[in-house]
Design a protein around this ligand. Structure first.
Ligand code: DC
Length: 227
């Protein structure tokens, strides 16, 4: 199966670009961050402080059923049957997701789910460790990045457009802290795979970044006789 792995830090444009590229190519878009967000939301609802009590968080995530479904409007994620696709987008879930994703047993559970999803159809999967760990044989690996300031500005604009009252400095500080958590954890940290293509989207708009990503994928599909 043709697999595209897109990794990079938060706010680099991975999800919007991956989603649009998958639509254009007729691939399934798999958002792996959503799985860690759902795990974090579950812990938060149980009143667990993930950072202070990682053992409790681990136990909680072990018992919860996390399911994924693909519909017309994209990926939906369920916790014990409840659709939490909207709830996981709350800003406070982002840091929890970063914390819960550092727990090795949580990663094992999510990676198993991710590999199962990628075995059936051509996919574009985005995350932090897709090229380095989840899909090491992916035909295309792209590392999307941009400076923390650019990424924070994009996230700030996104949240403001949704009507949320946020402060740019806070968004930037959280972005930097999440980058640090994600790239310094012991298991599968955020890292560029050696065989991946680096794409800095700092000076690109959405259309420019999307066409750069599509060009990389199509070139490889051509080489592999997939187009
Ligand atoms: O992509 P995102 O911002 O929705 O991801 C939320 C958190 O989940 C992120 O801070 C780190 C973690 N994550 C991960 O560790 N591995 C992945 N493949 C995807 C996300």
């Amino acid at each position: 199966m043709f697999q595209v792995a897109i990794d990079g830090p938060g706010g680099a444009g991975k999800s919007t670009i991956s989603k649009a590229a998958a639509k254009e190519l007729g691939f399934v878009y798999i958002d792996t961050g959503a799985m860690y967000r759902a795990a974090a939301l579950y812990c938060m609802r149980q009143g667990i402080d993930i950072k202070e009590n990682p053992e409790l968080a681990e136990q909680a995530v072990e018992t919860v059923a996390v399911d994924i479904a693909y519909r017309e409007d994209g990926q939906h994620i369920f916790l014990n049957g409840e659709d939490v696709s909207e709830a996981i987008r709350m800003p406070e879930v982002s840091m929890g997701a970063s914390q819960v994703s550092a727990i090795p047993a949580v990663r094992v559970k999510m990676v198993e789910l991710q590999r199962n999803l990628a075995s059936a159809k051509p996919v574009i999967m985005d995350g932090r460790d897709i090229g380095t760990h989840v899909l090491p044989d992916a035909q295309v690996k792209i590392f999307l990045t941009a400076s923390a300031e650019v990424r924070a500005k994009r996230r700030f604009d996104e949240l403001t457009a949704k009507g949320q009252a946020v402060n740019y400095e806070d968004v930037l500080a959280e972005m930097i802290e999440r980058d640090r958590n994600d790239s310094t954890r012991a298991v599968s940290p955020l890292r560029q795979a050696e065989d991946s293509i680096l794409l800095d989207t700092g000076d690109m708009d959405f259309e420019g970044a999307l066409s750069a990503v599509l060009a990389i994928i199509r070139k490889k599909m051509n080489q592999e006789g997939e187009l």
